[in-house]
Write a protein that binds this ligand. Sequence first.
Ligand SMILES: Cc1cc2nc3c(=O)[nH]c(=O)nc-3n(C[C@H](O)[C@H](O)[C@H](O)COP(=O)(O)OP(=O)(O)OC[C@H]3O[C@@H](n4cnc5c(N)ncnc54)[C@H](O)[C@@H]3O)c2cc1C
Length: 427
Amino acid sequence: MAKVVVVGGGWSGCAAALAAKKAGAEVVLLERTDMLLGTGLVGGIMRNNGRFTATEEMIAMGAGELFHVTDAAARHKNVEFPGHKHATLYDVAKVEPAVRKVLLDAGVEVHTRSRVKDVEMDGNRITAVITDNNEKFHGDVFVECTGTAGPQSNCTKYGNGCAMCIIRCPSYGGRVSIAAKAGVKEMMAKKADGTYGAMSGSCKLLKASLSPEIVDKLNSTGVAVIPVPKDVREDEYILTKKACQQYALKEFIENVVLLETGHAKLMAPYFPLDRLRKIPGFENARFEDPYAGDIGNSIRYMAMSPRDNYLKTLGVENLFCGGEKAGPLVGHTEAICTGTLAGANAVRYAAGVNLVEIPTDLAVGDAISYVNEQMKTEEGISKKYTFSGSVYFERMKRLGLYTTDIEEIKNRVRKAGMIDFFNRKVI
Ligand SMILES: Cc1cc2nc3c(=O)[nH]c(=O)nc-3n(C[C@H](O)[C@H](O)[C@H](O)COP(=O)(O)OP(=O)(O)OC[C@H]3O[C@@H](n4cnc5c(N)ncnc54)[C@H](O)[C@@H]3O)c2cc1C
């Protein structure tokens, strides 16, 4: 039986492991920290704008499991906030154990606290990866889903700083690029202001530190949009620092936009506390995660691999990649899409079967191929792409790819010959 080793247990690694297992391989998933889901532990926003279409395409293609988990863990459905429609907000406290169960039930061998520190090569092929505790995992094919954040020093070097963010580099050690260890020259993204990396578009406030009115509104509707008095507003320059350009809208400067994911998710990369506390209802506000939400959070997009549309990493014979590693496609949905394809193609590679691209008639296939083209240009790599807004959502609308009509989406998937594709056994 073919053995697939997936490194990194964020949304993309979980999706890759599940897809590889369903295709018939023996699968090992290695995660550096004590929990799966990586940056997905602090996110929560699903199905907003074009993510709805991509989600339904994936369900029709037979890769619905992880989307069913986030739907089942939803605290709020069909939520609207500036620039965004029909969002689902999952409960960030409940989703990790649910995903872990799906993987274990499927038969994936999950190893947490297993940080890969090195690779063993035979010419151009990886033969094994080695963890911090010197365990060696051999495989026929490897999938790198290590994300693009960390180590911590990058957050201070390229960002405003970071303390104890969800990535937890000081406790578990930093990210290691498997592709770079195997000799691949990786790429760094730039912010819109030309500096390297990009911060997330959100951080979290302790709900207990907000006024009861704000908390009630959040709990009952999932959203609170609170106008920011003119004298306390941030300069629009802050928008250029966002990884999530779908939230780089002036409405996010004129208002504090909070979403309820079990926490109060503040839709800004950071917000100086002295200004925030001047806004009515925020007089006692306190950041929850990262503790340095006053000045910044995770710097990401520091190490993306060159790859093709099969999600095979260029330059190494038997390495695939998913999630942020596979380019500046931002988000949980996006990571699940690329991770799934990478996992399925890894098994096809090991079985000697032809690799598959998702047809560009589908939003998921078009995004994978479009971002691949964009990564090759200086301007393209300075942008971030997501089904949920900014340049890629505009492209979806222009190409007629965006729809919320589930029957129409199934028809498209059928026409593309991809119905239930990810449920087919390869081995
Ligand atoms: C604060 C914040 C809020 C966000 N909110 C949202 C949101 O609401 N909705 C949305 O769609 N997107 C959101 N995003 C973006 C989204 O989380 C990411 O784009 C996506 O989840 C990336 O997934 P990934 O699997 O590529 O990488 P990651 O989530 O970074 O996962 C990589 C994993 O690999 C592990 N790893 C790294 N190196 C090693 C190694 N050497 N050995 C073993 N394991 C290793 C890491 O510990 C980590 O678990 C948010 C991001 C942040 C930071």
